[in-house]
Design a protein around this ligand. Sequence first.
Ligand SMILES: Cc1cc2nc3c(=O)[nH]c(=O)nc-3n(C[C@H](O)[C@H](O)[C@H](O)COP(=O)(O)O)c2cc1C
Length: 317
Amino acid sequence: MEYYFAPMEGVTGAIYRTAHHRYFPGVDKYYMPFLTPTRDHVFTPRELRNILPEHNRGFRAVPQLLVKNPEDFCWAAQELYAMGYDEVNLNLGCPSGTVTAKGKGAGMLADPEGLERFLEEVFAHAEGAVSIKTRLGMESPEEFPRLLEIFGKYPISLLIIHPRVRKDFYREPVRMEAFEQALAGYSGPLCYNGGLVTAEGCARLRSRFPQVDRVMMGQGMLADPALVRKAKGGPGADRETLRAFHDELYHTYLEVFGSQKNTVYHMKELWGYLSRLFAGAEKPLKQLRKASDSAAYEGAVNQIFRECPLLEDADWT
Ligand SMILES: Cc1cc2nc3c(=O)[nH]c(=O)nc-3n(C[C@H](O)[C@H](O)[C@H](O)COP(=O)(O)O)c2cc1C
């Protein structure tokens, strides 16, 4: 089984990936949060800080594009292949209203004919592997068989299925039955993504779908950075490694952002997940949420690491 880290915009940038790989190696591929190439065909300095290979050394990373125009996709993909990436991923899952209104992300699923024209162009010109991360449809999983039929016409290097429709956002339960039906209708390489937060959950998926040999995990990895290692039969995170991982992230953000406020804001988002791995962290977490500078933030973090026992698995109840 291969295990991939899901792309998470605003969280799993190059700094996060690098620190994660240093302290919790074993992820087979890190999918990068989306880039949105524009018509002027230049990457911004901020985009380059995340995608340049020198910021992604030592692990396999896959850039992702959120785009509806095939020429823009092909331009960006070509640039990325030239940097040395051997796979570029197309985002057909982003549910955000501002994205779907422009016909991008999950919005592309609303127009299967348009999607087919897009893929026709992309696969006629792509000079490297193209993978796709998709939902089941916009409104209903009944849209998926038609979409799969379209996907089946192209040499998609990997189809990553997040079995929700756009209107589910991330709230509704994943639709395992629709995923199961989809398996029968697609013969290319396939990856499952959605709701896997424990090694046991991965094992259950494996026994229910023995033909699925790749999974992608996002929020579960943020809560328990050792999740892939555990799913591969290794040990969970220990306090010292978690602390070192945290400190490296925190100090790198401080240096790069040059702002305590922005760094603390960023770290708080991460603690929204990481706190699930600690028992009885409510009180220091309250302090942490109120923090707006380094002194208050570090005080709360020190208290969590000093006083709160680590759980065997992150608590998602
Ligand atoms: C904060 C956040 C940011 C995300 N950013 C992206 C993204 O840039 N590209 C993408 O394809 N999916 C994105 N996703 C979706 C995740 O990659 C993943 O499909 C989703 O969280 C379900 O998997 P999980 O249950 O393992 O987290 C994002 C999800 C969250 C919560």
